[in-house]
Design a protein around this ligand. Sequence first.
Ligand code: ATP
Ligand code: MG
Length: 569
Amino acid sequence: MRLSRFHLATVKEVPADAEIASHRLMLRTGMIRKLAAGIYTWSPLGLRVLSKVANVVREEMNRAGALELLMPSIQPRELWEETGRWQKFGGQLLKIRDRKDADYCYAPTHEEVITDYARNELRSYKQLPINFYQIQTKFRDEIRPRFGVMRAREFLMKDAYSFHLTAESLADEYRNMVDTYGRIFTRLGLKFRAVQADTGAIGGNASHEFQVLADSGEDAIAYSTGSDYAANVELASALAPTQQRATPTQSLERVATPTQKTIEEVTGFLGVSPSQCVKTLMVRGNDGLVALCVRGDHEVNEVKAAKFAELPGEVLLADEAEIIRLTGTKPGFIGPAGLPATIPVIVDRDAALLADFICGGNVDGTHYRGANWERDARVTRVADLRKVVQGDASPDGRGSLEIARGIEVGHVFQLGDKYASALGATVLDDAGKAQAMQMGCYGIGVSRIVAAAIEQNHDEAGILWPEPMAPWHVAICPINAAQNAAVREAADALYAQLTERGIDVLLDDRGLRPGPMFADMELIGIPHRVVISERGLAAETFEYRRRGESENQALNHADLLRRIGIGSP
Ligand code: ATP
Ligand code: MG
């Protein structure tokens, strides 16, 4: 590409709401432009990168035996009613109506449509196993779209769906997809981990996420120092404590804590450690309120809690008025001791081990000291309720847990027959009997990968693309070409030669001074830069620099080709 014929629109200033590096850099390079909240145009520059990611994904999916198809993004309500997800999907589902007043949605995912396709197309077990995939635009009306294309409303996903007669066949394909994802993210040059994950709204049993490691990641992942255990913190189970609860030694005493509501304030004031306190979260139950109790130094894991039978499938904080109405106390002073008997008290296993603890006094401006379970505080049941923390024992008993941040770029599920049963997608087995098919689904956030790669690979000057994603492999930067025909000719010759060899090469023929020209090439992250100058021509060398390195190298032609990675002609 000759840059004079391209639309490169780098900018210096970006809006203040661009909080993370990838969002800022995608705007500064002009890769994306915002149309509305969470909705972006991919510029020619951005699309070059996005397409490279999509192609790696496509090549590896094809190699793994999956078949590409393309499904519609506008889908009829009736089909979504069949799985119950027209309601259950919640606010993320964008609903639209046509001129005949028929309801449709813009697909956030494609389980319904692919299962409908499968129930019509697949008749016999002999057609199985089969894996269909597409690379297609999704829309999810995210509550908080942010970080540019990282959490967008409209985004590009690769989604694959496999169909099987047996659970064993599904497990085989699941392994095939886990291996394929490993190859995709390795080829793209990303540092990632596959972690055990929650199955969320999609449903099913086994599930893994692929997380690109980056400090700005929204997900916390726990991994063991002593084994290959790795899980999303949402899912990671805390190992059941083995100690016994100590016997009470103190009597229950109400202490005045007039303005101290948070754990930090209360423990600071009373001179105790947070691990000697019980923190109580009041949430909506199926019927009234439920109290969730964890130790003061732990946090409630909402994904675990949402699965409790006492809760409506999600964790909804009780509002202050409701808490006051049912307990007579403001939220900061609630504790398990002396709560009305109508409120179930679910206690985390570690909190349940405490004796002589501090907790809210259920009277405004007070806490209890010397509280003890059973004697003073009712326990409806004990459960694994907390988030794991750094240093916890690994749930497999080997090593301890470290916590790292990650960006979820892929997610694979074994769905079992959930969708096939709901939609009546059956095949005949070898005895001629109709069986609901077993299904797997496998997603990759193609557009999110672009942002995740930048999070992992940038410096003050801009992006450092892993080579397989770079918009161009090589930038040729001629100095003073307008005044110097020899420079112009040498640049053109190298450009022609590299293009001929199938290399993506960008010739910066805009006639800029070296400073601004180099700044742009560094900003957009081209891995190899070749400067052609009068001085270099005189010495029969090219001035070469690898993006991310601080030194130039004077290379002859053969060495230059080797450094670019194509060997001598
Ligand atoms: P998240 O937990 O980040 O909301 P999810 O679990 O809802 O993601 P899946 O349904 O598993 O996502 O979708 C498959 C992949 O699509 C995800 O792994 C992620 O990479 C990508 N993805 C999901 N939501 C978004 C979004 N709002 N913007 C960009 N990519 C997304
Ligand atoms: Mg997910």
